[in-house]
Each structure stands twice: as C-alpha cells, then as structure tokens.
Design a protein around this ligand. Structure first.
Ligand code: FAD
Length: 289
C-alpha cells in the first residue's frame, strides 16, 4: 500500500525541527526511524502533509553519563541501546530489553524517542522506563519540561506530549538489580506480556521495587500492589513468588486480540513478573556476594 503524498524536510537541530513543524500548521509530523509511522501512513491511518526528519540531528542520539544519571538521546537506535557497553555494565536491563525489540532492521532504524512518542501498548521501552522511574525530557514552543515516566503514559497510543513538542531524551539513575522478561509475539516480537523490574536492595532486604508492565493492557502501567508486597521484605525466593502471584489481579483493562486472549494474558502476567523478579534478584545477590 502507498501513503498519501507528502513533502520531506530534514531538521538540523531541535529548534529547527520545532520551527519546521510549526510552519506546517498542524499538517506535519516528525519522522525518526519510521518503523511505526510509515506502516501507519501506508495504511492511511496517518496522513501527514509534511515529514520532518529528525534522525540526523546532531546530539539527539547517544548514551552518556550525566552526573549520577544515564542519559539516552531520543534519536538513539534500539541497536545502539542494545550494544551499549555503558548500559550493559551499569543498567543491563535496558540493553537487554532493546535487544529483544523486533528484528535487526527494526533495531537499526527504530529509536527510543519514536517508541516512547508512539506508545504502542505492546512496546518494550515503556515498561523499562516505568521500572527505572525515568525522566522524559521534552522541548516545545514554551521551552523545556520534564515528565516522569509514570505520568507520561496516559492511554492507548496516548502520552503527555503535545503535537508541537519533541522528545529530546530520557534520564534515569542506573539500577543493576533490574531485569526484563517478555513473552513475545512470534512474528513481530512485540510484547504479549512484558515485565520490567528494578529492585533497591540493602542488606538482603528489598527497600523498594518498581515494576512496569507492557503488552497486557491499553498502556504501560506500574504493578503497585506487587511493589507494595515486596517493600520491606527479605529478598528471598518465597517472598518473590508470593508477590508475583498478585501480579495483574487488580488490572481491569486486559487486552484480548488475535495473538492472545484476555485469559491467557492474565495467566502470563504473574509468570513473567516472577521471571523478571528472579532476574533482578539474581543480579542483586551477585552484588551482595
Ligand atoms: C516489524 C516490526 C516489529 C516491531 N517489534 C517491536 C518490538 O518487539 N518491540 C517494540 O517495542 N517495538 C517494536 N516495533 C516498533 C519499533 O520499535 C519502532 O521503531 C518504534 O515504535 C518507533 O520508533 P521510530 O524511531 O521508528 O519512530 P517513527 O516511526 O519515526 O515515529 C513514530 C511516532 O513518534 C513520533 N516521534 C518520533 N520521534 C519523536 C521524538 N523524538 N519526539 C516526538 N515525537 C517523535 C513520530 O512523529 C511518530 O508519530 C516494531 C516495528 C516493526 C515494523
């Protein structure tokens, strides 16, 4: 299928991208990797008159330390996240989740910013960003603002991002005791259920846990009841297993589609929560020993 005709221009800075978008009077869209937008255009579910290419804005991609935090530019490809030596060392969950996105073509073109802006209910990064309590940095006509991941994902393909704003990047405190576990759809690798866990463990006790769930409902969400069940408990297999059993029980909005029924997803949420918790636990134990 062929998209409706559009004009194309390439932005060379964030401000240039915002100015070019403003000049389209609501008829334009940013394009980064194109791996979500182009399929929508081919299906004519999106018909922008102007595409503003942000893929080559200098500084929009890259992974770096910023004080105690890690910053990932919005234009960073999934491949670059997956192969980052820095992330593999200080926050391997992020690199591992990126390595599980789609296939090599998708990972080479698709970007973190595009994934967050698009907010597919089955995308991997939203769960990971929720577990890391990441800050999403956004620029618009009124300047900069920062949104925490837990406020960013609002609904089906809906995020706290105005049509005239651009995501510049994300920042988070790296967590080594963290893991991602996903049941993937065989063809696309999108998550049927994906769970990201970040644990804060001190002297064998879980001080706090953050757990992000994707794929299961219309948008990524935190599993607060499981987090609360773990806080203050000893880091032990029985405690992990007991908490994981709660996962998804309070979730009213569970997806059902050609890939998995609601019942199957409900059954898989605790399974993959337990897997992610065990992955995070083994990383926490490796630090203690
Ligand atoms: C076959 C296939 C398999 C896939 N499998 C998976 C998977 O397993 N897991 C997964 O998570 N994803 C998967 N994806 C989606 C993939 O990760 C996309 O790359 C990603 O969702 C969008 O990133 P992009 O850079 O391609 O964005 P684009 O398609 O270029 O843009 C998507 C949307 O975001 C907007 N946008 C882009 N960048 C910004 C920005 N910086 N600021 C504001 N708005 C912006 C665009 O205007 C557009 O509305 C798959 C895609 C395909 C085609």
């Amino acid at each position: 299928m062929i998209s409706t005709p559009f004009e194309y221009s390439r932005a060379m800075s964030l401000d240039d991208a915002l100015a070019k978008l403003r000049a389209t009077n609501g008829e334009g869209k940013f394009i980064a990797g194109g791996h979500s937008l182009v399929p929508l255009m081919k299906l004519r579910l999106s018909e922008p008159k102007v595409l503003i290419d942000i893929a080559r804005i200098p500084g929009l991609s890259g992974i770096r330390t910023k004080g105690d935090k890690i910053e990932i530019g919005a234009g960073t490809s999934h491949h670059d996240v997956a192969s980052s030596a820095l992330l593999q060392q200080v926050c391997p969950m992020v690199a591992e989740a990126a390595a599980e996105i789609g296939d090599p073509q998708v990972r080479n073109r698709g970007t973190l910013g595009g994934s967050l802006a698009h907010a597919d209910p089955a995308a991997d990064y939203p769960a990971v960003m929720l577990a890391l309590d990441a800050e999403i940095h956004v620029k618009g006509p009124k300047g900069w603002r920062m949104v925490h991941a837990h406020d960013f994902f609002r609904g089906l393909f809906t995020v706290d991002l105005a049509a005239d704003e651009i995501i510049a990047g994300v920042q988070f405190n790296p967590v080594r005791s963290a893991a991602y576990a996903k049941l993937h759809q065989r063809a696309s690798h999108f998550a049927i259920v994906g769970v990201a866990v970040a644990l804060d463990v001190n002297n064998g006790v879980i001080r706090s846990a953050r757990i992000g769930l994707t794929g299961a409902s219309s948008y990524a969400t935190r599993l607060k009841d499981v987090e609360e069940a773990l806080a203050g408990k000893a880091l032990s297999m029985p405690n992990i297993e007991a908490a994981a059993r709660l996962a998804g029980a309070l979730l009213e909005d569970v997806n059902s589609d050609i890939h998995a029924s609601q019942e199957y997803r409900r059954a898989m949420i605790p399974v993959f929560t337990e897997r992610a918790l065990k992955g995070a636990m083994s990383r926490a134990l490796a630090r203690i020993q």
